[in-house]
Design a protein around this ligand. Structure first.
Ligand code: HEC
Length: 173
């Protein structure tokens, strides 16, 4: 049973990537490229909260958007562009009903963060190192290992919010 559940989680995670990839190809090569020149910043889990998000569909998760000091400063000062050194992290967990709450309410009422899901993503601002992707390095790690789409695919979608320096989430005061 546990195996089936695990398999389902894997399948849905893969499907989620496939959906957002749409026109992508050569996934394996791109996975390595996604985190090129970037390692997981130490202490990122203790960074400050920028905002939260819920993804529906196959991604079906709850996420927290966290920023290091330079990123938080950029948001608070409402800068047009983020300063070099700014890093934004996106963490995510399974979106699950809280069992104890369901008992209290008699129906699924409270949805909370379950186990980690859909990897951890980072955007790091270094305009000299990443000129081709808006000055941002894009990287994803699944269980600590490089994964996800290529930085070019990440960037092509983030282009939509070019006016906000390629950052979708707004700072939630
Ligand atoms: C199909 C579009 C799409 C692709 C591809 C994509 N993103 Fe995003 N990304 C979004 C959207 C929409 C949000 C805001 C909603 C959210 O937080 O889930 C977001 C949020 C983020 C954030 C939080 C900062 C922000 O912009 O709000 C980071 C960090 C991030 N993405 C990194 C990545 C990385 C790294 C990749 C590639 C491995 C990637 N993204 C690929 C659409 C995309």
């Amino acid at each position: 049973m546990k195996r089936i559940a695990l398999l389902l989680v894997t399948v849905s995670a893969v499907a989620g990537v496939a959906v957002s990839l749409a026109a992508g190809s050569g996934q394996a090569d791109k996975e390595a490229a996604a985190s090129r020149g970037f390692t997981i910043p130490s202490g990122y889990r203790d960074w400050r909260l920028i905002s939260v998000a819920h993804e529906e569909g196959t991604l079906n998760d709850l996420r927290g958007i966290l920023g290091n000091d330079a990123a938080i400063k950029g948001f608070r000062e409402k800068r047009q562009t983020f300063p070099d050194g700014a890093i934004i992290a996106r963490v995510a967990w399974d979106y699950v009903p809280l069992e104890e709450s369901s008992k209290a309410f008699g129906h699924a009422q409270s949805f909370v963060a379950g186990p980690p899901k859909n990897g951890v993503q980072f955007m790091v601002k270094d305009s000299k190192k990443y000129p081709a992707t808006g000055g941002w390095g894009f990287a994803q790690f699944n269980d600590g290992k490089p994964g996800g789409e290529s930085a070019e695919i990440c960037f092509s979608c983030h282009q939509i919010v070019k006016a906000r320096d390629f950052v979708f989430n707004r700072y939630a005061p």
